[in-house]
Design a protein around this ligand. Sequence first.
Ligand code: PHE
Length: 372
Amino acid sequence: MHRLAALALCAAFAAPVLPAAEPIRIGEYASLTGKEAAYGETSHKGIVLAVDEINAAGGVLGRPLGLITADNQSKQGESATAVKKLISRDKVVAILGEVASIRSLEAAPVIQAAKIPMVSSASVNSKVTEVGDYIFRVCFVDAFEGNVLAKFAREHLGAKKVAILTSVSNAYSVGMTNVFKARFLADGGAVVAEQKYSEGDKDFRAQLTAVKAAGADAIFASGYYTEAALICVQARQLGLNVPIFGGDGWDAPPLLEIGGAAMEGTYFCAHYSPEDPSSAVQGFNQRYQARWGSVPDAWAALGYDSVLVLADAIRRAGSAEPKAIRDALAQTEDFPAVTGRITIDEKRNASKSAVMLTVKDGKYKFVASVAP
Ligand code: PHE
């Protein structure tokens, strides 16, 4: 046979070599190093687990998800830099992040201007999604959470006079205080002391002494876990034995590590209960532990869910174009996630139930679930 004909025959019978499917490039900005690496790390692990599971099951639209992560080093200014890189250099079609409202608020305007959809896992501050029509979240907002807490303080704790401690350098804490206060006052309660502090403060005795003098019958510590735990420790040392409660910013392992026995009988509002016996929560807990060797926290679960919701939107869009993904994200309805069923409302927020947890014998204990 002629040599060329033989070659042609080979080519005709050889199995077609398809080019490997081009990954769908998804960006993530997170605090992987620096002061807030605790939540950056578990949120990232939740995200990686979800991406790996989706890819193992064949990817989305026949393509794997390609996750590109940028570290903001827990530094102010670095979230905007991180997402600029993800957009212009890595050409991502969607962006996951952040946990902390303060960083989501920094990055969202850059992402909105580039018309790339962003999905925040855990930022509850109302202003985050108000940045624009490409900004979404898979958690509830502070307006809902503040109402849940005000109702809980009134009905469950029987509180009439509350004191509030606010971290004025944390937009999350400021937002939580505002919504809680408005609702508690509207319902006929009184706010007898309003004390301030800044992120990283360690001594709250002056504020707590003022709270004690004001005769508060409950204390709302609206900031994050580190300061909240120290507030509980120092309140008990000062003989302030009224109930202390907080928002989802309490929900992290350091709360119990720092607060120890002072956390007994305190309450906080959370995105989900790890004790929830549902197969979605327990299955996730098992897979996460098998992969990472540790128990997942709220950040891990919400990070995981942010990927699931995004992948579902890409699938329904039938396209990995940012605009098509945005439109599909906006249509998300009753999506079964680990932290609950997710419906995205017209303001691009998730309407979901919140759970109230308490600390008993050094462990979280479920108190009540509050539907939107
Ligand atoms: N909700 C917090 C914020 O908006 C972040 C957070 C989520 C903190 C979950 C603790 C647990 O900033």
